[in-house]
Write a protein that binds this ligand. Structure first.
Ligand code: ADP
Ligand code: SF4
Ligand code: MG
Length: 325
């Protein structure tokens, strides 16, 4: 791990396994949702994380913000080891790292009005009078392009895009430095996706935020990310500067994902679920030996089946885990 103050989050060999128990509560297996991931996110950047559904993007994101306790590995936030933090100490980091969920419909309680939705996280950390609270909430709503008189309305009275704006304002209400944006536009109409992305970009500029942006829409990730990580079955298989990964993809999985992008027409941008790779994503309960992509890779050799390739820096800043040169 580089001891470098430019990094806000640093993970080394970070793993998150979920236990699978039988009827009697006995541990029978583990889902290796995140398996020894090494990753650094720089202050102020947007790191895009892409990969097929079920490859572990949400689990990695949630482990990085310590919503989940890592099974193994080391996690540092601004140089401080937060791998094992609990209680009040952990809460102070939860204030600094917030999440925007994929589905604004389920993320907000339909029985709460906007004031209640917004007040909830603020009151965990701050003791404000109701006038101060209202002032803060109106300010936040205006930041995301909503109006102050929306305060009394309920979540169901808003469109999907507006709910996602409320979700963003809520995440910002405790003045975080880092936002995990977990597919924040996937559930929205294509016509309003760009608006929400613009809100996120403006806020990043204004507040100096750092983002981990999870997506399966490759064209959108390229547009907003400084760097990108491509994830496959619990591992980062390629990472680098956004343009470098797109213009010069090295890993066969990344190459396959990129050939499925209809670049000329972003409205028709395909989800990774529809990419041209043959075969299903193997179960994380049965991760293939050697290179975990070998069961679907057109270039797989005997070595690939037996030995796992490390994530190696091929050119400055461009990392690839593949035996093929
Ligand atoms: N809380 C959980 N308990 C057990 N298994 C989980 C849990 N969350 C995710 N998983 C499993 O971990 C794997 C990765 O899931 P996830 O991180 O949600 O992937 P993605 O966000 O890329 O779709 C999947 O096989 C999923 O079923
Ligand atoms: S290591 Fe082998 S199987 Fe894995 S991606 Fe590279 S060529 Fe394909
Ligand atoms: Mg997910």
């Amino acid at each position: 791990m580089e001891n470098n103050n430019n990094y806000l989050l640093e993970a080394v060999n970070l793993s998150k396994y979920f236990p699978v128990k039988n009827f009697f509560g006995k541990l029978v297996q583990e889902v290796k949702a995140v398996d020894r991931v090494t990753l650094s996110i720089k202050k102020g950047e947007t790191f895009g994380l892409v990969g097929e559904s079920g490859c572990g993007k949400s689990t990695l994101g949630r482990t990085l913000i310590r919503m989940y306790e890592p099974t193994d590995g080391v996690l540092k936030y601004d140089g401080h080891d937060i791998t094992k933090l609990k209680g009040k100490e952990l809460l102070s980091y939860h204030k600094r790292m917030q999440i925007i969920f994929q589905d604004p419909y389920s993320a907000l309680d339909p029985h709460q009005n906007v004031r209640e939705i917004m007040a909830e996280p603020i009151t965990v950390f701050e003791n404000l009078t109701s006038a101060q609270l209202d002032e803060r909430i109106v300010d936040l709503l205006e930041k995301v392009g909503m109006k102050g008189d929306d305060l009394e309305k309920y979540a169901y009275e808003f469109s999907g895009g507006q709910r996602q704006r409320i979700g963003i304002a809520r995440a910002l209400s405790v003045k975080p430095e880092f936002l995990l944006c977990d597919e924040p536009i996937s559930a929205l109409d294509v016509s309003i996706q760009a608006q929400v992305v613009n809100v996120l970009e403006d806020l990043q500029q204004e507040l100096g935020l750092t983002y981990l942006f999870v997506a399966h829409d490759l064209s959108m990730v390229r547009h907003i990310s400084d760097r990108i990580g491509v994830m496959y079955l619990g591992k980062i298989v390629e990472s680098g500067e956004s343009d470098e990964v797109y213009d010069n993809p090295q890993h066969p999985y990344t190459q396959a994902l990129l050939t499925s992008i209809p670049i000329a027409d972003p409205k028709r941008a395909l989800a990774l679920e529809n990419c041209g790779i043959e075969g299903d994503l193997p179960s994380p309960l049965h991760i293939p030996s050697g290179c975990r992509f070998h069961t679907r890779c057109p270039y797989a050799t005997e070595q690939c089946k037996q030995q796992e390739p490390d994530l190696v820096e091929r050119t400055p800043g461009h990392f690839v885990a593949c035996w093929k040169e």
